[in-house]
Design a protein around this ligand. Structure first.
Ligand code: ARG
Length: 464
């Protein structure tokens, strides 16, 4: 057994099974780059503060550089005997540069180190997630431009309710995803605070320049309480929550796409390369990708709950339970990123079945509200208009007709105020274009909003 980290205190070596049970290397190995980065900044600061010599600092930095390239090339001999990524790096460094490598842990503990590494790593994954969301927002918004004027059935209670433009529906998804991106930005401000310097729990007697390290590592600032800093995992719960929310949105989007591509709705086509067949039924074209996204959202919600349960009983400060946060959040992030990516690609193949969408949008007396508003524009109180149109609908249903099939004489049996222009007002085209208030479905609004979204997406990209 090579692990000498705490062998000064122990007579016996660690039991093999305990080591196997407690090691975290297999999960936290992904933190190696962050760990090296943090150590580089830490030793520079140790030198600036006079705790190590320039020569020592240079030797350590050169060693870390070498370690990085060994690790990147898969040539670092990782060993679970050293328990985790942090002690593997430290031991490998000592092997590489000798005694001076033992100085890197001055003024820090694995408790503040693991928290710092995690914040750096999650910060990167957060940026990847945001970038995926932006790509998806672009795809949806481009489709909204393309279909800004196409009529589509709008639903409430999954019953056709009123006509909308397809672009408007797509931009509803855009809004959900824009909030997800904003939520991630909020999470980033929670993540980007540096715990290093908190050491085990109470800080260190060494004089450190924490702000210098924070600046080198791109943190916005340093944590204010060492005890909180080593036990805080709120930012992980926040990230898991942001993931859960995104998966909830993707799951709802999936559900809609599944319905729409069902031949009974026949509203859209998805390219068959994104569909799957059946092993027995030769005719099947199934939306498995979307069902999987919907299904995977369950585990991501569960992970949020797992983190809450993991944390709820923990006394300050560090407890080994905290090691278990990684698998959970990494799974959430992986699932979320891959789900956004696949839905984004699938959406790029989407085609609207324009005729059928138009046809369905005209069914179910979808412009009955327009008729009521038409009467109210002529002075009828809305409640009375509602009642009159209710009678019109009842009449049409009994005759198995749509409203536009009624003659003007038939209309006049319900209200003398109805003129020949009514046919225009109850058309789906008029219905959507009349809805011009901010946030409403008119083609003009949709096009304007879509272009605004695209220009923000474009602008933010050039800023980066
Ligand atoms: N492997 C541990 C983790 O990921 C590192 C911190 C260990 N600290 C300790 N006091 N045992 O949480």
């Amino acid at each position: 057994m090579k692990n000498k980290t705490w062998s000064g205190r122990f007579k016996k070596q660690i039991n093999e099974d305990v080591l196997d049970f407690s090691q975290s290397l297999t999960v936290d190995i992904v933190l190696y780059e962050a760990d090296i980065l943090v150590t580089e900044a830490h030793v520079e600061m140790l030198y600036e503060c006079g705790h190590i010599s320039l020569k020592e600092m240079r030797k350590i930095r050169a060693g870390l550089k070498k370690l990085r390239s060994l690790a990147n090339n898969g040539e670092l001999p990782w060993s679970v005997e050293f328990e985790d990524v942090h002690m593997n790096i430290e031991n490998a460094l000592v092997d590489l540069i000798g005694e001076v490598g033992k100085k890197i842990h001055l003024g820090r503990s694995r408790n503040d180190l693991v928290a710092t590494d995690m914040r750096i790593y999650l910060r990167e994954l957060l940026d990847v997630t945001s970038a995926e969301i932006r790509e998806f927002r672009k795809t949806i918004t481009n489709l909204a431009v393309k279909y800004h004027a196409n009529i589509f059935p709008g639903y409430t209670h999954l019953q056709i309710a009123q006509p909308v433009t397809f672009g408007h529906h797509l931009l509803a998804w855009q809004e959900m995803m824009a909030r997800d991106e904003q939520r991630l930005n909020n999470v980033k401000s929670m993540i980007n605070v540096m715990p290093l310097g908190s050491a085990a729990l109470s800080g260190t007697s060494l004089k450190l320049d924490r702000s210098m390290v924070a600046k080198k590592l791109g943190f916005d600032g340093v944590t204010k309480n060492s005890m909180d800093a080593v036990s805080d995992r709120d930012y992980i719960v926040d990230f898991a929550h942001a993931n859960a929310m995104t998966m909830m949105h993707l799951s709802r989007i999936s559900e809609e796409l599944i319905l729409w591509m069902n031949p009974q709705f026949n509203l859209i086509e998805i390219d068959e390369s994104f569909c799957t067949g059946s092993s027995i039924m030769p005719q099947k074209k199934n939306p498995d990708v979307l069902e999987l996204v919907r299904g995977k959202s369950g585990a991501v919600y569960g992970n949020l709950m797992s983190l809450f349960v993991l944390l709820k009983g923990l006394p300050l400060t560090y407890n080994r339970d905290l090691q278990e946060d990684k698998n959970i959040i990494f799974e959430s992030i992986d699932t979320t990123i891959s789900s956004i990516d696949i839905i984004n690609k699938l959406m790029q193949t989407l085609k609207l079945n324009k005729e059928n969408a138009h046809y369905l949008a005209e069914t179910s007396f979808s412009t009955a509200t327009d008729l009521a508003e038409y009467l109210s524009a002529k002075g009828v109180a809305f409640r009375d208009s509602h009642h009159i149109v209710g009678s019109v609908v009842k009449y049409c249903e009994s005759k198995n007709m749509s409203m536009k099939q009624l003659t003007i004489q038939e209309f006049n049996t319900f209200s003398k105020l109805i003129d020949n222009d009514v046919y225009k007002y109850i058309s789906v085209e008029h219905s959507v274009s009349a809805r011009k208030n901010i946030g409403s479905t008119s083609p003009k609004n949709v096009l304007k909003n879509a272009k605004q979204v695209l220009s923000t997406l474009h602008k933010n990209k050039t800023k980066k």
